[in-house]
Design a protein around this ligand. Structure first.
Ligand SMILES: [Zn+2]
Length: 387
C-alpha cells in the first residue's frame, strides 16, 4: 500500500500550500484545517494498510476540487492496476459526482470508470459509459473508441467492432485495416459453420477490400473449397497463405495433409514444403518435412538426411525438430548399438517435452495449445508463433 503514497505528493503539496496561504487569508481557515485533517488521517490509514478507511476520509472530503481531483484520478487508476477494482470504482464514481470538475477532468474520470467496469468484466456497463462519453463529443474520441473496440472484441460482436474501428485514428494505432479484415474473417468463419457459403463469400470480399494481404482470407477460401470437395483448389489457397506468412504452417499443416490425401497425394505437401524450405531457408519448415517422413511414411529419408547433417551442425533447431531428426535417424540406421543410444536420447527428449504447449504469443509470452488469431491474454492480433 505504501507505494500508493507517491500519488498523494501533489495533494500534499496542494494541502501545504493551502495551509500556508491560510495564514494570510482567514476566510478559508476552517476549510483548510478540515482538508489537512482529512489528508493526514487518510495518509495514516494508507500507512496502516487500511485502504478502505483511507478512502472514506479522502472521498468524504468535501473540499475536493479540480486540483485534488487529478490526484484522486491517479489513485483510482492505481487501484485498478493492482486489481483492486472495487476501490477504483469507488474513487472514480465519487469523482464523477463532484460538481466542480472541469469538462476535461470529468471526461478523464468517465474514461477511468469505463476501464474499471471493463476490468471488472461488467462489459455492458463499460460499453454504456464509453458510448455516453462519445455522445458528448469528448476531446479524446480515439481512446473512447479503442476501449469500445476492446469490449466488442471481448463480446465477439464483430459487426459493432467494425463500426467502432472507423473512429479509431489509424495513424496513431496499429493497422486498423488489418484488424477490420480479421473481424470480417470472424464473421465469415461463423457463417461457414452455419453453412451459409454465400454470406461467407460476401464477408471475405469485404475483408479483401479493406486489407487484401491478410492470409486468413485465403485460408477460409480454402476451407470453402475443401467443404465443397474441391481439394486441389483448397490446397492452392492453403499454400498461398503459407507463402504469405510461414508462421501459419503450424496451424495449416494438418489441413494441408488431409486435403492432399484426398486429391494429389501426400508427396505434393512434401514437394511444396521442400521447395519453400530451399527458397526461404526457414528452419521451422524442416520440422514439418520430418513429420511427413515420420508419420506419413513418404520415401524421402535420403534427401532429408543430407539436409539434416548440415542443419543439425550449423543451425539452432527447435526441440521438436531435433526429436524428429532422431526418429528419422532411427528409421534409416541399421546400426543396432548406435540405435540404443538414439532411443535413449529420443526418450529423454520426449520426457522433456511432455505436456509442453506448442504455440506462444510473441507479444506477451502467453503459451497455448492451438493457433489463435488473437491472443486471449494481451488481445493482440497475429502475434502467435509455433514453438
Ligand atoms: Zn499476448
Amino acid at each position: 500500500m505504501t507505494e500508493l503514497l507517491f500519488l498523494l505528493l501533489p495533494l500534499a503539496f496542494y494541502s501545504g500550500w493551502q495551509a500556508a496561504r491560510g495564514h494570510h487569508q482567514n476566510h478559508n481557515k476552517n476549510k483548510q484545517k478540515d482538508t489537512s485533517k482529512y489528508f493526514v488521517k487518510g495518509i495514516n490509514y494508507l500507512l496502516d494498510e487500511q485502504p478502505d478507511k483511507a478512502l472514506e476520509f479522502f472521498l468524504n472530503d468535501s473540499a475536493i476540487d479540480e486540483y485534488t481531483a487529478e490526484t484522486f484520478l491517479l489513485l483510482g487508476n492505481s487501484f485498478r492496476n493492482r486489481g483492486e477494482i472495487d476501490r477504483a470504482l469507488r474513487v472514480h464514481q465519487n469523482l464523477i459526482a463532484r460538481p466542480k470538475l472541469s469538462k476535461k477532468q470529468k471526461e478523464a474520470a468517465m474514461m477511468a470508470l469505463g476501464k474499471d467496469f471493463f476490468a471488472a468484466g461488467l462489459l455492458d456497463k463499460a460499453e454504456h459509459v464509453f458510448q455516453e462519453l462519445l455522445a458528448h463529443n469528448p476531446k479524446d474520441v480515439n481512446e473512447a473508441c479503442l476501449n469500445l473496440q476492446g469490449i466488442y472484441e471481448q463480446l465477439k460482436d464483430w459487426e459493432k467492432a467494425i463500426q467502432v474501428t472507423k473512429c479509431i485514428d489509424s495513424s496513431k494505432n496499429i493497422n486498423q485495416a488489418r484488424i477490420t479484415a480479421h473481424y470480417y474473417c470472424e464473421l465469415a468463419s461463423q457463417e461457414l459453420e452455419n453453412g451459409n457459403l454465400y454470406l461467407v463469400d460476401n464477408y471475405l470480399k469485404k475483408a479483401k477490400k479493406v486489407y487484401k494481404d491478410l492470409p486468413r482470407i485465403n485460408i477460409i477460401w480454402g476451407d470453402i473449397e475443401a467443404h465443397q470437395e474441391n481439394y486441389s483448389k483448397a490446397i492452392k489457397y492453403y499454400e498461398a497463405a503459407i507463402k504469405d506468412d510461414s508462421r501459419l504452417i503450424g496451424m495449416l499443416f494438418h489441413k494441408l495433409v488431409e486435403v492432399s490425401k484426398k486429391s494429389s497425394g501426400i508427396d505434393r505437401v512434401y514437394k511444396f514444403l521442400m521447395l519453400y524450405f530451399k527458397k526461404s531457408k526457414d528452419i521451422d519448415v524442416l520440422e514439418y518435412l520430418l513429420e511427413l517422413a515420420h508419420s506419413h511414411n513418404i520415401k524421402r529419408e535420403t534427401e532429408l538426411y543430407k539436409i539434416l547433417k548440415v542443419e543439425l551442425a550449423n543451425n539452432k533447431l527447435s526441440l521438436q525438430s531435433i526429436l524428429k531428426s532422431i526418429k528419422l535417424l532411427l528409421k534409416i540406421s541399421s546400426n543396432i548399438d548406435q540405435n540404443k543410444e538414439l532411443i535413449l536420447l529420443e526418450k529423454a527428449l520426449e520426457n522433456h517435452m511432455a505436456g509442453q504447449l506448442n504455440f506462444q504469443c510473441e507479444h506477451c509470452g502467453y503459451k497455448m495449445n492451438e493457433y489463435l488469431w488473437r491472443c486471449p491474454v494481451c488481445h493482440s492480433w497475429d502475434t502467435i508463433i509455433r514453438l
